[in-house]
Design a protein around this ligand. Structure first.
Ligand SMILES: Nc1ncnc2c1ncn2[C@@H]1O[C@H](COP(=O)(O)OP(=O)(O)OP(=O)(O)O)[C@@H](O)[C@H]1O
Ligand SMILES: [Mg+2]
Length: 242
């Protein structure tokens, strides 16, 4: 049965999530397969469960029911989720959670401590290369508190790439930015997805973001109500019978 899921980088198999203090099913039976290198936009009204689904896909939270498979392996069976996340997935959020007193170069290195061992010199070198990639090479020594909002988001993007993830998850990555900076970050995300052959899942209200994606998944009331790549995804029944 898991052979079917193994064709996907990520496969959510009928996942449900209800918050303890909530009476709503934030995610109410979602089946979604994402292939290596695929660019997927998730859209839908506020409160429909986009962030909750993203948290389940990125192993930041566990489903109440159903399972998420990464390359055919159930996340519920992984011993060390922190390590898995740090090595395979890059995260970009609306608020970027950079450490304000650390420099850009230091912030980018933070996830590397959970990744394959590198010398201090190699870490710094890699951080600088990533900062160059996002056009922030000249700001490497600035503390994040000294950077503009758009610059911080670019550093956050560099940080998300610190361990060469195969999957990038972004929750409203341009939500805090003015249109000019949003366009810059968006260009960068699109370029990185192509050059690094990343699977990219972006939660967004922005039409610009959705238009660039290979596939748009629309959610409503905790469910997927439209999926432009649905023909790529087996129905739950097909998956269950293999
Ligand atoms: N920590 C929480 N505790 C209780 N309920 C929550 C929690 N987080 C989210 N919810 C509820 O779960 C539902 C889905 O929330 P979620 O954050 O996934 O929506 P969203 O689609 O990301 O919305 P937005 O576009 O506003 O970010 C909402 O009804 C929300 O109120
Ligand atoms: Mg959200």
């Amino acid at each position: 049965m898991t052979d079917t899921f193994a064709d996907y980088l990520l496969f959510a198999d009928r996942v449900f999530k209800t918050y303890p203090d909530g009476d709503v099913h934030a995610v109410n039976g979602v089946t979604l397969g994402v292939r290596e290198g695929e660019y997927v936009a998730i859209t839908g009204p506020s409160g429909c469960g986009k962030s909750t689904l993203l948290n389940l896909l990125g192993a930041l939270d566990r489903p109440d029911q159903g399972e998420v498979f990464f390359r055919g392996e159930s996340l519920s069976k992984l011993r060390d989720l922190d390590r898995f996340r740090a090595r395979q997935i890059g995260f970009v959020f609306q608020s970027f959670f950079l450490l304000p007193t650390l420099t850009a170069r230091e912030n980018v290195q933070v996830p590397m401590f959970e990744g394959p061992p590198l010398s201090a010199r190699d870490r710094a070198k890699k951080a600088d290369a990533l900062l160059d990639l996002v056009g922030m090479g000249k700001r490497a020594k600035h503390r994040s508190a000294q950077l503009s909002v758009g610059e911080r988001q670019r550093v956050a993007l560099a940080r998300a790439l610190a361990n060469d993830p195969v999957l990038l998850l972004a929750d409203e990555p341009t939500g805090n930015l003015d249109s000019e900076n949003a366009a810059k970050v968006l260009d960068l995300l699109t370029a990185l997805q192509k050059t690094h052959k990343l699977a990219l899942i972006v939660v967004t209200h922005s039409l610009d973001v959705a238009e660039r994606a290979d596939r748009v998944v629309k959610m409503k009331d905790g469910q997927v109500v439209e999926d432009s790549g649905a023909d790529l995804v087996p129905t739950p029944d097909a998956a269950a019978t293999g």
